[in-house]
Write a protein that binds this ligand. Structure first.
Ligand code: NAD
Length: 356
């Protein structure tokens, strides 16, 4: 399985492959950068058609975590763990313990938490054998609510930039996905006077939103094209393609889902139509911002001076505003500008030689 040749390999510092014959565990941990601090990133438990795709995912997602933490101003690097396999078939206590023992081995450089295919209960199980996990039920728990709060702060920056106002009164907003984050976003936007259009593959969530928020229901295939001011992808990645970008009526795309742009060309297509895009790893950083205390409390870690959580979440507004400002000054898309700014922060820290 080629690592160096992967199209996702991009100056990663370390890639670890772990296996445990007794439990069938096979896992990849990619550490993109520790320039700003020990790497952090969730564990994804997922079946892949072939192993190369698992490696590619680990490489791509760990880099995104580096950028996310850098732009959130956190003293953390980026990493990601992938446990390869179908969780409903493979996941059990001995396997999670075997995985945890490996995480413990690299805990000086990497700590992990929940992601797709892993629950807070699973994280608790991993925590039984290593302190290098965040988001346990006794700790910071589910980060989704903080992600939702951060998304709302970011959305105000989008409103300011594109609509010259920062309130939501009467603003029409389509939300794709009413899960942990999307529901929290919908609740807050409804309270702030927005008019919602919602879609989810779970009909019961859509019905609940119609009843509680007076939302309009949309079909899942067409929600991106709804006649609204803002489209918020809060379900899946890869939702913006060159084609779907051409169908969007909203003037802004800003949501919680990771990796919303299927390709760089999809971002260019939005820009050509003057649709403002909020880079996802900037607007959805609330979860990792809220988990910093847990990460800082791990053995051997230095506890940074932290302001109140509410202020750190609110800072997402200013961060996005400065990305939008620089992108219009430089004539680049917001996602390209965000990447440039993240790389500048990582490179500067790397040159100071402060790696763990
Ligand atoms: P979730 O699983 O709780 O919710 C996802 C929702 O999307 C579910 O209600 C699901 O039924 C719905 N959905 C799935 N496919 C759909 C489709 N085709 N059309 C419409 N709805 C569909 O997940 P979440 O924690 O709310 O996360 C949502 C997104 O935000 C994910 O992309 C996740 O990676 C990202 N994210 C989450 C956090 C967090 O703190 N939870 C942090 C950063 C990024």
């Amino acid at each position: 399985m080629p690592v160096w040749n992967s199209r996702e390999f991009d100056d990663h510092e370390q890639v670890c492959f772990f296996s445990d014959a007794a439990t069938g565990l096979r896992a990849v941990v990619a550490i993109h950068s520790t320039a700003l601090g020990p790497a952090a990133g969730g564990t994804r438990f997922k079946h892949y058609e072939h192993d190369q795709l698992a490696l590619d995912d680990a490489l791509r997602l760990s880099k995104a975590m580096s950028y996310k933490s850098a732009l959130a101003g956190l003293p953390l690097g980026g990493g990601k763990a992938i446990i390869i396999g179908e969780p409903t078939k493979l996941k059990n206590r001995p396997l999670l313990h075997a995985f945890g023992r490996y995480i413990d081995r690299i805990g000086r450089y990497f700590a992990t938490g929940e992601d797709v295919g892993m629950s807070v209960a699973d994280i608790d199980t991993v925590h039984e054998v290593t302190p290098f996990v965040g988001g346990t039920s006794a700790g910071t728990g589910d980060p989704s609510i903080y992600t939702a709060i951060g998304v709302i702060h970011g959305l105000r920056a989008v409103m300011q930039r594109q609509f010259d106002r920062s309130d939501f009164d009467g603003v029409r907003i389509a939300i794709q996905g009413l899960g942990a984050v999307g529901w929290g976003v919908a609740e807050r936007l409804h309270q702030a006077g927005a008019r919602l259009v919602v879609a989810d593959i779970r009909d019961e969530k859509v019905r609940e939103a119609v009843n509680r928020f007076g939302a309009e229901a949309s079909d899942t295939a067409g929600v991106h094209a709804a006649d609204v001011d803002v489209f918020m992808p809060c379900a899946l990645g890869g939702i913006i393609t060159e084609r779907s970008a051409g169908e969007i009526s909203a003037r802004a795309v800003a949501g919680a889902a990771n990796n919303q742009l299927a390709t760089p060309a999809a971002g260019d297509a939005l820009a050509r139509r003057s649709i403002l895009f909020a880079p996802d790893y900037v607007i959805n950083a609330g979860g990792i911002i809220s988990g910093l205390e847990a990460l800082a409390d791990m053995p051997g870690r230095i506890r940074p001076a932290l302001g109140p959580l509410e202020e750190r979440l609110a800072a997402i507004h200013q961060r996005l505003a400065s990305i939008f400002e620089r992108s219009s000054r430089d004539g680049t898309t917001p996602e390209v500008t965000a990447e440039i700014m993240a790389r500048e922060l990582i490179t500067r820290a790397g040159l100071s030689g402060a790696r763990p």
